[in-house]
Design a protein around this ligand. Structure first.
Ligand SMILES: Cc1ncc(C[n+]2csc(CCOP(=O)(O)OP(=O)(O)O)c2C)c(N)n1
Ligand SMILES: [Mg+2]
Length: 507
């Protein structure tokens, strides 16, 4: 770590110090909700060059922070302790499970109040503030409870380093700590962290160069059934969980597997750690580039009056996607069906494969769209569009994110579908009334057009090709009505396998 001393610099407050470090790492928009114990620190956000997005609740803010981190490599979330941090905990759990580097800053009662065990509001009322510390110790990869201005800079450095290195959420508690931290040294050695951020593995380069047959798991998108007959399988960042392996059916003999992780490689049963795998891949890349396999789309034009069906919807929607778009698909028929989307170059797909907390993607869409906006400003060039395929049930979970989208004038397109929880119906019959609300949309801002459109058949959906939707400017909600029991075949298979496993029919 570099020194914080600088001959000319003014001394800085703790919160300012932290936010300026986050700025150095590429954060521009901060997610969060104000409350006692974090209010003063919020004053430092703007002077540090950051912007507070103003989320509607901590859970949605946490999901937004997760989405932002997946696009920009790191994000910041500010909440108060107790009610705030526990509301965000589900999102932090998801970020931990699925490796999104979120820095969660928690405004906490001052040390003297905690030491006295005062019965303060927002606590459990038993004077034991360590309860919250313990909860977060289990749910984050690193924690800093800043109580000493002398050690705070080193603690902040370490917590940010761990967050980036492990790509998991980390927690910083601001215990009402007052006191200057010494001058801010802009030259502090953050290269190692920047290295981590820009050093994202790009397996597609290897795939292009070799022309090897390629399969992408649901977490990365795709489907595979040829693996069992392969001599060699090279896997990038494998995640061997039930939902990512079609109920563990795509796993093959370890002897023929090479697993490439961010900092390690395992070949068969051997493991090499502390490697920069990106550099290693570069040396492997052959010079000749083979043309990429281009999937054909044999679908005929749909009958205009026919209902929109899951079996062909996803393939047809592929034409609508653009290079550099980010596409989010929510748990349910959207994430299963989304596996059939044929992605254009440089498109990024974000879905949940492990945590599967519904409502996640609408919340994350806020962070993704903000990250796209920040990137466009930083690089002075337009980015791709943010597209969300959401289920109507999941949409209800985090609907308040819509007002944050409007409040920040974020350009977002999303589609919702059938009447209720179709995925759950396929597991076990359940009926709930469908409710979709659409509120707070600006109607008087020509620079931010808002479109709400409902398509009940193919003919109506094709009309969606409007200029606004294509341009990705403003907000477009396209409600795609599908049969409430219609599900992608892959989802039906997955559900069947999960049911058989639960009943002990398969191991
Ligand atoms: C926080 C949370 N609560 C409950 C569930 C269980 N669950 C999984 S999918 C689902 C229904 C999703 O419905 P919808 O978004 O409409 O998807 P679709 O109808 O397309 O399947 C539910 C309730 C969950 N995964 N996460
Ligand atoms: Mg639904």
């Amino acid at each position: 770590m570099g020194s914080i001393g600088s001959p000319n610099g003014d001394q800085v407050d703790l919160a300012e110090y932290l936010f300026r470090r986050l700025y150095q790492l590429g954060v521009r928009s901060v997610q969060g909700v104000p409350g006692d114990y974090n209010l003063v620190s919020l004053d430092y956000i703007k002077p540090a060059g950051l912007y507070l997005a103003g989320n509607a609740n901590e859970l949605n803010a946490g999901y937004a922070a997760d989405g932002y981190a997946r696009v920009k490599g790191i994000s910041a979330l500010v909440t108060l302790f107790g009610v705030g941090e526990l509301s965000a905990l589900n999102a932090i759990g998801g970020a931990f499970a699925e490796k999104a580097p979120v820095v969660h800053i928690i405004g906490t009662p001052p040390t003297h109040a905690q030491n006295l065990g005062l019965n303060l509001h927002h606590s459990f009322g038993d004077g034991d503030f360590k309860r919250f510390v313990r909860v977060y110790r289990e749910s984050t990869c690193a924690q800093a409870n800043l109580v000493d201005p002398g050690t705070a800079p080193a603690e902040i450095y370490e917590v940010l380093r761990q967050c980036l290195k492990l790509s998991r959420p980390a927690k910083v508690s601001l215990l009402g700590l007052k006191g200057k931290l010494g001058p801010f040294d802009p030259g502090m050695d953050f290269r190692i962290m920047h290295g981590v951020i820009v050093d994202i593995l790009k397996p597609d380069e290897l795939i292009r160069a070799t022309g090897y047959p390629t399969y992408v798991t649901p977490f990365g998108k795709g489907a595979m059934n040829w693996v069992n007959s392969c001599d060699l399988v090279i896997r990038f960042g494998p995640l061997d969980i039930d939902t990512n392996t079609y109920g563990f059916t795509t796993l093959t003999d370890r002897k023929v597997i090479i697993d490439i992780h961010r900092y390690s490689i395992s070949i068969g049963r051997g493991l090499r750690q502390d490697l920069n795998t990106k550099d290693l891949l570069r040396t492997l890349l052959p010079c000749s580039i083979h043309p990429l396999f281009t999937p054909s789309s044999p679908l005929q034009a749909p009958i205009q009056s026919a209902p929109i069906d899951q079996a062909t919807f996803w393939t047809r929607m592929s034409k609508f996607l653009r290079p550099s778009d980010i596409i989010l698909t929510e748990t349910g028929t959207s994430s299963s069906g989304g596996q059939d989307l044929i992605l254009p170059p440089q498109a990024t797909m974000i879905n949940s494969a492990l945590w599967l907390s519904i409502g996640y993607t609408l919340g994350a869409t806020v962070g993704v769209a903000l990250a796209q906006k920040d990137l466009a400003l930083q690089n002075n060039q337009p980015t791709g569009r943010t597209n969300l395929f959401d289920g109507d049930g999941s949409f209800q979970m985090t609907t308040r994110s819509i007002s944050v989208i409007f409040g920040n004038r974020l350009n977002v397109i999303f589609l919702i579908n059938n009447n209720g929880y179709t995925i759950e119906r396929h597991i076990h019959a359940v009926e709930l009334p469908g409710r979709t609300r659409f509120f707070g949309a600006p109607t008087d801002d020509p620079s931010y057009p808002v479109l709400a459109y409902r398509a009940t058949n193919w003919g109506e959906l094709l009309l969606m090709d409007t200029v606004q939707v294509k341009a990705g400017k403003g907000f477009s909600l396209v409600e795609v009505v599908m049969g409430q029991d219609d599900a992608p075949a892959s989802l039906e298979r997955l559900v069947r396998m999960a049911a058989e496993r639960n009943e002990g029919l398969i191991k």
